[in-house]
Design a protein around this ligand. Sequence first.
Ligand SMILES: [Zn+2]
Length: 273
Amino acid sequence: MKSSVMNVRLKWTHWSPKKIDREEIYLKDLLLKLVELQEIDIQIDFYQEHLDSMPVELQEMAKAIVGLRHEIDDAIALLATVEGELKSKEQDIAVEQEKIKKSERRLLSIKNLKEHDALSREIKLGKKVAGEIEEHILELIGRNEDLKKSIDKKQSDLKKYEETIVEKKEKAEQLMTKAKEAVKDLFAQKDEIVSDIDHEILKRYQTVKKARGNALAQMINGSCTGCYMIVPPQLNIRVLKQQEFLTCPNCNRILYVKQENIPENNKTDQLIN
Ligand SMILES: [Zn+2]
C-alpha cells in the first residue's frame, strides 16, 4: 500500500544536497538498497579476507617446513661431528689401556724399588687419564643419544607438516575456488544494486564504509548500533519516520530502522522490513 509519505523527496542532512535533483527518490527503496548493498559488501569482505589470508597461511607453513629441514640438516651435521669425536676418544682410551696393561706387566718383573715406584706412578697417571677419557666418552654418548632423539622428533614433525600442508593446500584451493565464485556472484548482485543508486549517495556510502567498516547502522532502542551512542530524541523521531536521509552525529553512519524495532505508535507502512 502506497501512502503519501512514499512521495516525500529525499531530504539531505549533514552533507551537501547539490547535484541531487533527481525526481522522486523514495527513501524506503533507497535505504533498502543500501542495506542490501551493505550485506553484499560484508559478504564480499568476508570472502576477500579469506582469499587474502589463505596464501599467507600456506606461505608461513612452507617457511616453517624449510626452517625445520635446515634444523634437521644442522643436527645431522652435528651428530656426525659428535660420532667422529666419539670414535677418536674410543681409540684414545684403547691406546691408553694398552699402555697401562704393558706397564702393569713390566711392573711384575721390576726388582729395583726406585724404578718400581716410578712405573707405579706412571700407571696411576695413565689410569687417571683413561678415567678422564672415559668421562668424556660418556658425555659424548649422552649428546649422541639426545641428538638422535631430537632428529627423530624433528623428522616426525616434518612428516606431519608436509602431510598437513598438502591437505591444507587442497582445502585452500577448494575454498578459494568457492570464494572466488561467491565473490563473482556477489559483485554481479552488487553491480545491479549500485546501478540503481545515485552516484553521490554511493560516494557517501563508500567514504563512510572506508572510514568505519560499515556505512549503515541500524538504530535499535534509540541507539546507533554502529557506535552505541544514544541518538538525540529529535533525530530519533526523524529516523523512525524514514523520510529523510539521516546520519549518526557521532559516527556518521547512515541510520536506518527495521520494522520490528519501530515502536507501535511510530509505525507507518513505508518502513524497512
Ligand atoms: Zn553512530
